[in-house]
Design a protein around this ligand. Sequence first.
Ligand SMILES: CC(C)(COP(=O)(O)OP(=O)(O)OC[C@H]1O[C@@H](n2cnc3c(N)ncnc32)[C@H](O)[C@@H]1OP(=O)(O)O)[C@@H](O)C(=O)NCCC(=O)NCCS
Length: 255
Amino acid sequence: MKNNDFFKIKEDLSLLGIKTGDDILVHSSFKNLGGVEGGIETVIEALLSVVGDNGTLLFPTLSFSTVNPEPPINNPVFDVRNTPSCVGAMSNVFMNFEGVERSLHPTHSVAALGARQKEYIQNHELDNEPVGENSPFFKLGKLGGKVLFLGCSTKSNTSMHGVEEYAKAPYVLSENTRHYVIINKDGNRTEKDYYYHYIHQRGFAQRYDRLENIMNFQRGNVLKAECAVVDCEEMWKVGSEKIKSDPYYFVEKIE
Ligand SMILES: CC(C)(COP(=O)(O)OP(=O)(O)OC[C@H]1O[C@@H](n2cnc3c(N)ncnc32)[C@H](O)[C@@H]1OP(=O)(O)O)[C@@H](O)C(=O)NCCC(=O)NCCS
């Protein structure tokens, strides 16, 4: 596992400002790394090694593409044990690493491993919106976390949905709810109604890349992948203030 790519990835992550004790949530494209000796496991081991025992590694394990009670999907059931993530191969490999816990949410779960994993994962089931105040995305803003875009666009920023929900952006949530079934790690089943994102249906496309116009992103490469890192506390503050003054700043109308 500890091959040349492992050490090169660690070095590249350090140059991006990621250090021991950090809590890092990773949006990823594995292919943009350009081939890694040892595959996805090498990348995850390098990330875990950089944040160390006092840090926490998190991956979004979103499941909106397979869990939706409405046609054409017709599947209201989220099973934390085996519902796949729809946001990349790395997130699917990570959630099966030993010791990883995954939060309970039908469409916007997160997997975590490390010092504060329980704090991030617990109580997510209390929310009734996608990225609410009990979601790990929100907690990253409170606990001094960072988001790493590993070879993918800063448009893939789920935390910004949370910022939109928190700042009550007028386009973000549905008026009605959807009914979901949630199965926890012990196989126990609960049912619950959730509001969902209603952005595209209102004719808007997301422009979370505009966050780069109003705050600092650390930029660099990990192997061949172009990467960016953003501080969550600042992102929530700057993003929500922007929405309050200019509610449609992070979306654009689809022609
Ligand atoms: C969409 C997106 C994931 C596509 O990236 P990608 O690099 O093409 O795809 P992945 O990261 O899934 O990597 C796929 C590769 O992983 C490898 N892989 C796939 N499954 C694997 C597994 N179970 N074990 C090991 N390796 C695996 C394969 O090499 C695969 O390539 P192949 O399909 O050519 O065989 C990426 O562009 C992106 O947007 N990422 C961010 C997503 C996100 O977080 N969105 C949040 C807002 S909704």
